[in-house]
Design a protein around this ligand. Structure first.
Ligand SMILES: C[S@@+](CC[C@H](N)C(=O)[O-])C[C@H]1O[C@@H](n2cnc3c(N)ncnc32)[C@H](O)[C@@H]1O
Length: 255
């Protein structure tokens, strides 16, 4: 029986370690470094010119990429289920963030209720970071820091607090809870060319709750919500993709 390379074993174990983040690809590594990640291991495939890529796409982290350990392509291929094409991968400690930290952050909080798709979860974190939201809370069985979610966020979990919320009662009652629901009251009028979102419907400190891909928001969340609103859409279209809905609401507030 061939022995497993120790680095393969470390990356495999890290995927299930709640204290570690696996950063797949140069894009994720670049963002994580920019927002304070301190990798324990940063490795590059010998088959890829990671330095040239970093020069082109992420010159601010070139020194760290230059210092990456070079490993054979065959070993690199064992470090993730879908090894990134950019040939760079890292392990870093996750920041210690609680749901309370997210709720204490200034600005709107995005609450994802039981998202089923990790790429959607990650894309929602990415847009929340880009829109400068206060943070992201996630309920349900998925680890919000799962490597697939980090891939979807391009490492931007490090740019704002992202934490699991164990139960809705932990939201407290201080911030207004706004349910984004295709069956809610239309924001900005009945048609997509309506007026800009009225800011009083989306208070700056709101918790903006988005439901799961198939089932939407739970009855418990809807019962707790202070408002239930929808993004108007063309007739015949039942809903937006989860991360797209997060993007529409956060950027409508900003633009
Ligand atoms: C794919 S949708 C879920 C669709 C689900 N069948 C439902 O009826 O809610 C995922 C989430 O995105 C948000 N969403 C999607 N389209 C929306 C819209 N037009 N208005 C408000 N929220 C929307 C909601 O929070 C929704 O729960």
């Amino acid at each position: 029986v061939a022995e497993t390379d120790p680095i393969t074993e470390r990356f495999r174990a890290a995927r299930a370690d709640p204290g570690l983040a696996v950063l797949e690809g140069l894009h994720a590594v670049k963002h994580a470094l920019r927002f304070g990640a301190e990798p324990l291991e940063l490795v590059a495939s010998a088959a890829v010119d990671a330095e040239r890529l970093a020069e082109e796409l992420a010159p601010d982290v070139l020194d760290q990429v230059r210092a990456a350990e070079r490993i054979p392509a065959a070993v690199f291929a064992t470090l993730a289920p879908r090894p990134p094409d950019t040939g760079v991968i890292a392990l870093a400690p996750r920041p210690a963030v609680s749901a309370g930290d997210v709720l204490a952050a200034p600005g709107p909080v995005v609450l994802l209720e039981n998202p089923r798709n990790l790429a959607n979860l990650g894309a929602s974190v990415r847009v929340a970071a880009a829109a400068d939201a206060g943070g992201v809370l996630v309920t349900g069985s998925h680890d919000p820091w799962h490597p697939e979610a980090l891939r979807g966020s391009a490492g931007l979990h490090y740019a704002l607090p992202v934490a699991r919320l164990e139960r809705l009662t932990a939201l407290g009652g201080e911030r207004p809870l706004v349910a984004l629901d295709p069956g809610g009251e239309a924001l900005g009028g009945e048609d997509p060319g309506g007026e800009p979102l009225p800011s009083d419907r989306l208070p700056p400190d709101a918790i903006l709750a988005f439901g799961s891909e198939r089932h939407g928001l739970s009855a418990e969340l809807l019962a707790r919500a202070d408002a239930r609103v929808r993004i108007p859409m063309r007739a015949g279209i039942s809903s937006l993709n989860l991360a797209t809905a997060v993007a529409a609401v956060l950027f409508a507030r900003r633009l």
